[in-house]
Ligand binder design. Structure first.
Ligand SMILES: NC(=O)c1ccc[n+]([C@@H]2O[C@H](COP(=O)([O-])OP(=O)(O)OC[C@H]3O[C@@H](n4cnc5c(N)ncnc54)[C@H](O)[C@@H]3O)[C@@H](O)[C@H]2O)c1
Length: 276
């Protein structure tokens, strides 16, 4: 058995939501640079344009479409388009998500303890709560539903959802609705995995810890924040989308064919506690 027989994705038809930035863009690069044909779906038209041009320029098979995952009809149409283009859909990353900003638990990360007062639950608006649930949970539901519609008839496919360390751990620096949405994503992932296992479709979750991306206004690019967070991560470094390449290829390829309904945390040990 050669490595490419196990981990190869050459010619695969792939869709990534939230694919124009950060972790989704990383998934796209990991697969496209190994011969997969990848469609980026994202609400950010400028980034879609920039990244599809850049990756096409590198010789990768990339297309992009502007889609808001809260618009389920548009999302269905875009996934149908991708499947039509490739003649099949092998892999779907349900990844688009937002961090709504701190509250109601606390408002600071790093060496200081989170402060409790600002953004308390009494002041948390329906609008804020619903927006997060709409994108981070309902968007994942709609993406996975569209993927299954294409994969079930072919009795083949790999679906990967992006959850978070926040699916099990309360992270005061992130908006409170985020925790509920991510926990929901994981249990939803397990439920779908059980339903579609007989159709040779796997459904798994990648749960990143602290990864430098543009989420939450891009605060993770701040060197001071990076130093503070690296200090409390047991491996003493922050993560980058490249750190997810291996797991993305694993879950997308036949190497993981007999694994389904699982969440794998990838966080440099952040969720374990402090080692020194
Ligand atoms: N960065 C981290 O530390 C971290 C940790 C755990 C989980 N995650 C999760 O990873 C996923 C990707 O986030 P990221 O960190 O790469 O952030 P990012 O902001 O760099 O990328 C997210 C992408 O999703 C897109 N998007 C947002 N709302 C959308 C919508 N309604 N429809 C379509 N696209 C939309 C954005 O335009 C952006 O391009 C999210 O689900 C996030 O919750 C991130």
């Amino acid at each position: 058995m050669k490595i490419l027989d196990l981990f190869g994705v050459d010619g695969y038809g792939v869709v990534v939501t939230g694919g124009a930035s950060g972790i989704g863009l990383g998934y796209a690069e990991a697969l496209a640079s190994n011969g997969a044909r990848v469609t980026l779906l994202d609400v950010d038209a400028e980034r879609i344009d920039k990244e599809t041009k850049r990756l096409s320029g590198e010789g990768f098979d990339i297309r992009g479409e502007v889609v808001d995952v809260t618009d389920h009809a548009a999302l269905d149409a875009a996934i149908d388009d991708a499947a039509r283009t490739y003649g099949k859909l092998d892999v779907v990353f349900a990844n688009a998500g937002i961090d709504p900003g701190v509250g109601f638990v606390g408002d600071w990360v790093g060496e200081q303890r989170p402060r409790i007062a600002k953004g308390a639950i009494e002041n948390y608006t329906d609008e804020r709560w619903n927006r997060v649930i709409d994108i981070n949970l309902n968007g994942i539901f709609a993406t996975v539903r569209a993927a299954v519609r294409h994969m079930k008839p072919r009795k083949s496919g790999h679906i990967i959802v992006t959850s978070s360390l926040a699916s099990t751990r309360v992270e005061p620096a992130i908006g409170a609705a985020y925790m509920a949405a991510k926990a929901g994503v994981v249990q939803f992932m397990r439920t779908v995995a059980l339903e579609v296992a007989a159709y040779n479709i796997t459904v798994n979750a990648i749960a990143p810890g602290y990864i430098v991306t543009n989420i939450g206004g891009g605060h993770a690019h701040d060197p001071e924040e990076q130093r503070a967070v690296a200090r409390v991560i047991p491996s003493h470094r922050i993560g980058y989308p490249e750190d997810l390449y291996g797991l993305a290829l694993f879950f997308a390829s036949r190497a993981s064919d007999y694994i389904t309904g699982q969440e794998v945390i990838i966080d440099g040990g952040y969720g374990l506690g402090v080692a020194d």
